[in-house]
Design a protein around this ligand. Structure first.
Ligand SMILES: [Zn+2]
Length: 152
């Protein structure tokens, strides 16, 4: 369904066939680590940890770790585990998700996705424009600990 190859952001994930909206692309896997473990990592390595709760992360393994961020993504994380297509994805297209749908710690990363709506900086979920937050929530691609937190 996908392959990894070099692209403008290092390695990335690319569709090897047309993928339909709502199709599961992959499952994110890796050891569970804590905030303290993440703090010990370099900035670049810390970016490989997927936050799944206030103090917990999945230290992502390939291929999940290779999926790049976009401010206008074609995929997202469903049930904290699966990468699913949120639109139809064409063969050879890069597969991306919006990292802010999982972030709640003050972690930031400059963005060069070059999409029209690029936010220039990847930050907490709350940094996303409200209309986009709502869109992501209706697509069920926001990490559950964030949903829990904002609905309190
Ligand atoms: Zn961007």
């Amino acid at each position: 369904m996908f392959t990894t190859k070099q692209c403008r952001h290092g390695r990335g994930l690319f569709a090897t066939k047309d993928i339909s909206k709502e199709e599961i692309i992959l499952t994110f896997t890796g050891p569970i680590i804590t905030q303290a473990d993440v703090n010990k990592k370099s900035d670049k390595k810390a970016a490989n940890a997927l936050q799944i709760d206030e103090e917990l992360y999945i230290d992502l393994k390939e291929p999940g770790v290779l999926v790049n961020h976009s401010c206008n993504p074609n995929a997202g994380i469903r049930e904290d585990t699966f990468l699913i297509a949120i639109k139809d994805i064409s063969k050879d297209e890069e597969i991306t998700w919006d990292y802010s749908t999982s972030v709640d710690t003050g972690w930031t990363m400059p963005c060069h996705c070059e999409e029209k709506n690029c936010r220039k900086e990847v930050e907490d979920f709350e940094s996303i424009p409200e209309s986009v937050q709502k869109e992501y929530m209706s697509q069920k691609i926001v990490l559950s600990y964030i949903i829990k937190k904002i609905s309190q």
